[in-house]
Write a protein that binds this ligand. Structure first.
Ligand SMILES: [Zn+2]
Length: 79
């Protein structure tokens, strides 16, 4: 499925919340990724604790760290 590329607009993008951090285990076992995700935290240091604990329990070795940030758009004000 393809969608047409929208024409560029002058939208403001504003961060509306706190940046959150989540870790995901992407270790593949028998051709299938583990896929387990940690809780979502406001501090990235928690991710390492979660990864160490999961690695200790499972022996899994490959992870991704994600950050997410809520934003909203609004039309750019005329000058
Ligand atoms: Zn895992």
């Amino acid at each position: 499925m393809t969608t047409p590329t929208p024409a560029p607009t002058r939208m403001e993008i504003q961060i509306t919340g706190i940046r959150k951090h989540v870790a995901e285990c992407v270790t593949e076992t028998a051709g299938k990724a583990c896929g387990i995700r940690s809780s979502v935290w406001e501090a990235p240091t928690q991710l390492n604790h979660w990864i160490r604990a999961h690695a200790g329990e499972t022996g899994h070795t490959k992870y991704k760290k994600h950050t997410e940030e809520p934003v909203s758009t609004s039309p750019k004000r005329a000058e």
